[in-house]
Design a protein. Sequence first.
Length: 95
Amino acid sequence: MTHDSELKLVPDADVIEQRMDEQFVLLHLRTNQFYQLNPTAARFWELIRAGLDLGQIQEQLLVEFDVDAAKLNDELRAMIDIFQEQKLVMVHEQH
């Protein structure tokens, strides 16, 4: 089993995003579902789009947000679960 930091998240090709002032939304073109992201989830999505792996994303978010590492890890796992369930991302193990 791989360590979580070695996971690479890849946005689904049918998901587009738009920042509107303080709001950040995703649209899944196949399902026509909209998702409004809070600031942490929006930044998480931007870092996924930038091509960072989960370890790099966590390091960056720890710098940008005043949050405990364990709490952030829990929140990231929850967001990954939701993103996967809604088919917004695919998760790959890096070797």
